[in-house]
Design a protein around this ligand. Structure first.
Ligand code: MN
Length: 486
């Protein structure tokens, strides 16, 4: 058998996360996959087994449990070899077989163009709802495909990269798995839009030396100032290329307006330390107005929490500082995986693979209702994948809305009755018109009139969410029926 060094590397990573792992079982899965794929080659000319091995390694790095690593090793067996899903079941049990089967189903798509895109999305959401593990294996599969995309013909490169950017990356992002999202985006970007990629890369290369110098100096200043503070770690982080690109586009390619190309990250022991360190930083460096963000008190809907501040350092350079605990750092990088890992390594907690994301239920629900592919696609793109804003109820609950959403969208997202009875809205203590475009961090209060029964048909002209549009249309129809009866 070949690639035993790679196998050992995989086992070492996995065992570090799961000391009680059944090493023999993983080895057995490798042998099985090795024999099954024997003689098969990848487009690059390499032995096929390189691929499942790399997928399993991605999974191990993400700290996923051993059964998923086994499923990762076997994920292409039923589709590409003479062995079937029953063979996998017989040798590795129903749980592993279930995952392999799920990955196989996610992978076999016959549709083309937009229909294929929607079909892919649909399957992905159903898979997340059924068993998140299947989607995680698929992410790792896709990551390795992107890493080895050069071997494929150009048209295939483009299609796979585009699909990765449009489907895989946003879903990874919404699950909070930032590491996977960023890897997918960086790898795919080059193939989807090589010109913009080169342009961004060039700016990055030109700006980076200066930014790095500032970063290094500020870091050492901070280290001295914080030496009596309970800091676990201080380090610099650089914005990944794809998100730098988006920032640049938003700022007309003016790198001078991008304040977080590099940032200082401070890891603390606990939450009170985060706030006390923020206080110390604001004593030495003046904060920019309106740039202090408390995602600890009010986390983003994907669970992200941290303190952010943008400051002028001693030399007048603008730099962002992010302060968080180790748990928050893990959650920011691994999202749902972090919670899951902590859960599974503590055996008193029962494993629960079921997802906890309301938005996935909503999408699946919408699929059942939707008969029109185009309309469905548009609504998905608007509600889920476009830029989101996060606004707050007066009680501090976070509501996740699409860009340019209005108080009416806000009201219907909370409850249909709140929408129907809405007569005015107060945003940040000011009365605003109902078609006002909400912005990040707005605090929104809806004023209702209990006597009111039906929404205003004019609202349809400015609402941005599908949920608001649906409620309004339905209610207006009911109103017409009532009138007709009389
Ligand atoms: Mn594969």
């Amino acid at each position: 058998m070949l690639y035993l060094n790679e196998l050992n590397e995989l086992l070492t990573i996995a065992q570090k996360n799961y000391p009680d792992m059944d090493v023999e079982e993983v080895k057995k899965a490798y042998e099985f996959a090795y024999q099954a794929h024997l003689g098969q080659k990848r487009a690059s000319g390499e032995d096929y087994i390189i691929h499942p091995l790399a997928v399993a390694k991605h999974l191990a790095i993400l700290k996923t449990e051993p059964s998923m690593i086994i499923a990762g090793l076997l994920h292409d067996v039923p589709e590409d070899t003479k062995y079937t899903i029953e063979d996998v079941n017989k040798n590795f049990g129903s749980d592993v077989a279930f995952m392999v089967d799920g990955v196989t189903k996610l992978g076999t798509l016959k549709y083309r163009g937009e229909e294929r895109y929607i079909e892919n999305l649909r399957r992905m959401f159903i898979a997340i709802a059924e068993d998140l593990r299947v989607v995680l294996i698929k992410f790792s599969d896709r990551l390795h495909s992107l890493e080895t995309l050069d071997a494929l013909p150009v048209n295939k490169q483009y299609r796979i990269a585009l699909e990765s950017l449009e489907i895989y990356a946003p879903i990874a992002g919404r699950l909070g798995i930032r590491d996977v999202q960023e890897s997918i985006e960086n790898l795919a970007f080059k193939y989807v839009n090589s010109q913009e990629y080169e342009r961004t890369l060039l700016i990055n290369e030109k700006e980076y030396p200066l930014k790095e110098k500032i970063l290094k100096k500020d870091q050492s200043v901070l280290l001295k100032k914080l030496k009596d503070q309970p800091v676990v770690q201080i380090y610099g982080r650089t914005k990944h290329i794809y998100s730098l690109y988006h920032k640049l586009v938003r700022h007309n390619w003016d790198i001078g307006s991008v304040h977080d190309m590099v940032a200082i990250r401070i890891i603390t022991k606990n939450i009170p330390d985060c706030y006390s360190i923020l206080g110390v930083i604001h004593q030495i460096w003046k904060p920019l107005r309106g740039r202090v963000k408390d995602y600890i008190a009010q986390p983003k809907p994907n669970g992200y929490s941290s303190l952010h501040t943008t400051v002028f350092d001693q030399d007048g350079h603008v730099i962002e500082v992010q302060i968080r605990t180790k748990e928050m750092e893990d959650a920011a990088r691994y999202g749902i995986l972090a919670h899951w890992y902590y859960k599974t390594v503590q055996p008193q907690n029962k494993k629960n693979h079921k997802h906890q994301f309301k938005w996935i239920d909503e999408i699946i629900q919408r699929q059942h209702e939707s008969t029109n592919y185009k309309e469905y696609l548009q609504s998905i793109k608007n509600d889920i994948f476009k830029d989101h804003i996060f606004v707050f109820t007066p009680r501090g609950d976070v509501i996740d809305l699409p860009y340019n959403a209005t108080p009416i969208d806000f009201a219907y997202t909370i409850h249909s009755d709140l929408g129907h009875k809405c007569i005015s809205a107060i945003v940040n203590n000011q009365i605003v018109s109902l078609d006002t475009k909400l912005r990040n961090n707005d605090v929104v209060k809806i004023i209702t009139n209990k006597q009111r029964k039906y929404p205003n048909a004019d609202w349809l002209q400015f609402v941005k969410t599908k949920i608001a549009g649906d409620y309004i249309r339905r209610s207006i129809q009911q109103q017409k029926k009532q009138l007709y009866k009389k």
